[in-house]
Design a protein around this ligand. Structure first.
Ligand SMILES: NC(=O)c1ccc[n+]([C@@H]2O[C@H](COP(=O)([O-])OP(=O)(O)OC[C@H]3O[C@@H](n4cnc5c(N)ncnc54)[C@H](O)[C@@H]3O)[C@@H](O)[C@H]2O)c1
Length: 329
């Protein structure tokens, strides 16, 4: 089992990591699940006497204040005091929303993240961003706060549908491209089925954690994590608005292809990146340029009317605040 120290909490990774689930000091414990993690993941947790289960429906469309009301109601109804614990067992939706509910219930109770998707393991459960969507805007309401611990058992991935696994893998690819050329070389030369998840997850978290620790509130360095996401978020929003949503990882894969083209890379590096992403991911059709640009104009990272990209300076390096006029794209 590996331990990564992040701010003032630990991230435990490995098959025995659930042994680090320490609940002895709490007056009450609740476990937040959706129907999938109830069916596929709950039985893998050690038995917790007198805990209550809070079940919500899966899906991004349930990541909202109405679901938070339900969670707060369950905690209130069951007399959870400030010495209680919420365990969030699920993907990024459960982690973001459960963490937000715990952080605001009675001005904050402890919570532990047990991520069960690859995306939640390598991305959502690291960095302290918590919240819910509001009026059609993603993560519009939220806070920064840290869990008491994050417990990652790669065994949970065995029941995750392959498209969800691949979607999370896009963030692993991003981490390698912005910060770790060795891991990039490894993943492009290893078949997907032969990747050792424990190693990949650990390295990927180390990369994100190092960046987040150096810039917790996204003033500079943390913007590197946006590589692929300026185009990617616009593409994701375009398909969402059309009523044909695509997976986050698919949008980000296309975003990384487009942003590699704008990056300071050799022709061969651009080709290698594009071929790998194209072959590996289900790349969506590129939406009409003017629609994507209109969507990117609303990106909160923009400065002085220019679109702001985090781009690669060679594989394994990233620069922030590259500003482009929409007409130059
Ligand atoms: N906080 C952050 O820094 C951060 C970073 C990236 C993404 N996010 C957020 O994460 C969310 C996306 O997370 P996600 O991709 O994990 O999606 P998700 O939470 O919706 O999970 C995807 C699906 O997989 C199911 N599932 C989860 N674990 C399973 C398992 N082990 N076996 C079988 N099915 C399982 C879920 O029920 C769901 O249907 C978005 O809301 C996004 O905004 C947050």
């Amino acid at each position: 089992m590996k331990e990564i120290i992040a701010s003032d909490y630990s991230i435990w990774i490995g098959e025995n990591s659930l042994s680090k689930l320490n609940i002895s000091s709490y007056s009450k414990v609740a476990i937040l699940v959706d129907e999938n993690t109830k069916k596929d993941c709950l039985h893998k947790l050690p038995k917790i006497d007198n805990s209550i289960l809070i079940e919500i429906q899966s899906g991004e469309e349930k990541k909202n204040i109405t679901t938070c009301n339900f969670i707060w109601e369950q905690l209130t109804k069951n007399n959870f005091d400030r010495n209680s614990l919420l365990i969030n067992l699920g993907g990024g939706v459960i982690g973001d929303m459960g963490g937000f509910c715990a952080s605001t219930y009675k001005r904050g109770i402890d919570f532990i993240q047990i991520p069960t998707t690859l995306l939640a393991m390598v991305d959502a459960s690291v960095g302290g961003k918590l919240g819910v969507d509001f009026n059609g805007l993603k993560n519009q309401i939220g806070i920064f706060n840290y869990p008491n611990s994050v417990i990652i058992n790669p065994e949970f991935l065995s029941t995750l549908p392959e498209n969800e696994l691949k979607s999370g893998f896009a963030e692993v690819v991003k981490h390698t491209l912005i910060a770790d050329k060795n891991l990039w070389n490894k993943i492009i030369s290893t078949s997907f089925n032969e990747l050792i998840w424990e190693e990949i997850i650990e390295t990927s978290i180390q990369i994100k954690n190092k960046i987040v620790e150096s810039d917790p509130f996204e003033k500079g360095e943390r913007k590197k994590l946006n590589f692929g996401h300026t185009f990617g978020h616009a593409i994701e929003s375009y398909y969402l608005e059309k009523g044909t949503p695509i997976l986050h990882g698919e949008a980000i894969a296309l975003g990384m292809m487009l942003e590699s083209d704008l990056s300071d890379l050799t022709v061969i590096e651009k080709e290698t990146i594009n071929i790998f992403l194209y072959n590996f991911f289900q790349i969506p059709e590129l939406p009409p340029k003017h629609e994507i640009i209109d969507l990117m104009k609303g990106d909160k990272k923009n400065k002085d009317g220019k679109i702001n990209f985090s781009l690669l300076n060679g594989i394994g390096n990233c620069s922030i605040d590259n500003l482009f006029l929409a007409d130059d794209l």
